[in-house]
Write a protein that binds this ligand. Structure first.
Ligand SMILES: Nc1ncnc2c1ncn2[C@@H]1O[C@H](COP(=O)(O)OP(=O)(O)O)[C@@H](O)[C@H]1O
Ligand SMILES: [Mg+2]
Length: 254
């Protein structure tokens, strides 16, 4: 087991006769990007859904910075600092980039009742705008703030989604195939941005098919296959592992 951050302990998720996640134990620290890789259908997205509380867990526990989230609903987990992005992007096409990004901190602040009592709305609005501006700048999107999301390229949309997550003030992020649809240059830029984001202590668990991206940002990876963890270690070790190679047989990854 590694340092605290996101802790998953003997997590199982059953869908009828299918054990989609089978006693998975992993730990992903703050201040680093940890990889969660494996072939299609391995249970990666289901593991994320179990962490955020959007699928019922059969057994096991999930904790964030040593705080047990297992019995919390999705909203409470988000308020505890656990955020995510989706394999299929969830952006509002008719809204501007800046509006989409501001939805992140708006939702986060609305969820904390204390804030709405202590801070006047104008101050809160400025705080939201500031966070959105900072995230846009960090993701190289400042010049696109007033553009509608529907007019952007896939690569730009991926960055909007990341900016919204970063603006929300989460302590830990689950990123589900964030580079799909990005070209090589965009992926390299994406890697720089998420590497920079964890320097401040944010933790990331990254599900990703692009092995070059995983290799460039993850010091430690976990490999899932048919719901079970079959490997954990460095990316270099993973690529030399016979077990991992066998799981990926026929795919480009290992
Ligand atoms: N809501 C669901 N109901 C039934 N089966 C599901 C559901 N979600 C995922 N599965 C199944 O669970 C397995 C793992 O899926 P998933 O977690 O999406 O894999 P991955 O993200 O690694 O590709 C697959 O066999 C998938 O068909
Ligand atoms: Mg998936």
């Amino acid at each position: 087991m590694r340092g605290e951050g996101l802790g998953i302990e003997k997590l199982s998720v059953r869908f009828g006769g299918l054990l989609a996640v089978d006693e998975v134990t992993l730990s992903a620290p703050g201040g680093a990007i940890t990889g969660l890789i494996g072939p299609n259908g391995a249970g990666k997205t289901t593991t994320f859904n179990a962490c955020t509380g959007t699928v019922p867990v059969t057994s096991g526990s999930v904790s964030l910075f040593e705080h047990d989230l297992s019995h919390h609903g999705p909203a409470s987990r988000a308020q505890s600092g656990l955020g995510r992005t989706f394999q299929r992007m969830e952006l509002f096409d008719s809204m501007t980039v800046a509006e989409n990004v501001a939805l992140g901190p708006e939702a986060a602040l609305a969820g904390r009742h204390l804030w709405s009592h202590l801070i006047s709305p104008p101050r809160q609005r400025r705080d939201i705008a500031q966070r959105a501006d900072d995230a846009l700048a960090g993701c190289g999107l400042s010049h696109l703030g007033q553009h509608r999301v529907r007019d952007l390229s896939t690569g730009q949309r991926r960055l909007v989604e990341l900016a919204r997550a970063l603006a929300s003030g989460f302590r830990f992020l689950l990123l589900d195939e964030p580079s799909s649809g990005l070209d090589k240059i965009e992926t390299e830029r994406f890697a720089e941005i998420i590497s920079g984001a964890v320097a401040s202590g944010l933790g990331i668990l990254l599900v990703e098919h692009d092995m070059a991206l995983v290799r460039s940002v993850c010091e430690y990876v976990y490999v899932l296959d048919f719901g079970q963890l079959i490997f954990e270690g460095s990316m270099a070790e993973a690529q030399n592992s016979e077990v991992v190679r066998a799981a990926y047989l026929g795919s480009e990854a290992a």
